[in-house]
Design a protein around this ligand. Sequence first.
Ligand code: NDP
Length: 452
Amino acid sequence: MAFDYDLFVIGGGSGGVRAARLAASEAGAKVALAEEYRMGGTCVIRGCVPKKLMVFASGYAGAMDDARAFGWEVAAGGFDWPLFRGKLDAELDRLEGIYRTNLQKAGVDIFDARATLADPHTVRLADGTEKTARHILVATGGRPFVPEFPGAEHVITSNEVFRFEALPKRVLIVGGGYIACEFACILNGLGVEVTQYYRGAQILRGFDEEARGHIAGAMCDNGIDLRVGTVVQRIDRVEEGLWVKSTDGHDAVYDEVLYATGRVPNTEGLGLEQAGVKLRQNGAVEVDAYSQTSVPSIYAVGDVTDRVNLTPVAIREGAAFVETVFKGNATRADHALVPGAVFTQPEFGTVGMTEEEASAHGPIEVYATAFRPMQTGFAGREDRVLMKLIVCARSRKVLGCHIVADHAGEMIQLAAIAIKMGATKEDFDRTVAVHPTMAEELVTLKAPVRTG
Ligand code: NDP
């Protein structure tokens, strides 16, 4: 049977765009891609990129305080949100343009329309047009999840933060994961009064406990009113804003309530089940190690599969899919030892096992230090940096590295190479320190602080 395309990609985010480009430019495939909103997906349009730009923007208040401590005469004028937002919008337009151009250069046909599956080899566009393809790649990503409760219609999600007309004065953030903690720090840095509710005992569940405690302490020291063990009961719109009633008896009025309570895969209404594609209980597309679904012609990559929901992982999954399906080189996306960063202030970089996970596997040594770094210490700040290595007592391999510090994301990227290569504690030790830096502590940790 002759198909219109070798590959039809649904979704123009990180995973879909990478797969489409590689299949077209490196494997010579005839490729089409449909995107219903803006090219670039969550990462570029309403995720990593605008978030990181906001992280930069919010860091300048502290930087100006530090500059004064270093002898500069600096007077902060207030933060001009409309100016920043205008520049942000222009930057996102520029990036979206690059994504589109790169697809076009690779020879990919772009359809700016919602696409659904009509059958295992047919995609139906919003206007009813049908296109057939030998392979279909579902890369539709995810979207914020907001639980049901009285007043849920009043809340916003991370999607709306970038669209604020004016910066709110008082914000309540609900959740204790990546997004909640990042926006709590960003908005706090921009001068917004931030309260954060988390239902559990400590934010950033799943990460190293010592690091979680360190970050939570720093967030509170920086002025965030973090309330753990707290759940919203109801929200009502009142004259002064949004009145929030909570389980800890702390009722207050906010200008905005931001829910960052997780994300769900975008699989609804795509025709997946009708085409025979199996979904997991949470709605994610079920795939094997090669990203193939239960229907042989249909593959899925990225957040829609809910494996490791990070842009670089979606990109790797997209590339592995092209290797496997279009280059005859069966390739599994590697989900082991994926490094990551949470862009809180202070930043958190992490790779490998937490102390808790590692000690459940076998005997370990924990090397850790917390200290006031030179730059902020000189400026009179109390901020402390945390550097931590988890070492297997038998093989001596470094199983995990956790850094809470300015630029921890940059540092963990490099440490992750060594750890991915199987570096031992002794490999770290025989590496000469770069002095004076914060990262040099990673190669000068002498005795374990604990064994387990
Ligand atoms: P997370 O899964 O990280 O966190 C969700 C948070 O919401 C948790 O604290 C969870 O609590 C809480 N929660 C869930 N349901 C409810 C509820 N019904 N009521 C109250 N609280 C609730 O999701 P995010 O939305 O923060 O981020 C989604 C994903 O996006 C991340 O997992 C990550 O993969 C990716 N991401 C990565 C970033 C990065 O790399 N820097 C930045 C932003 C996002 P509990 O812990 O008790 O379950």
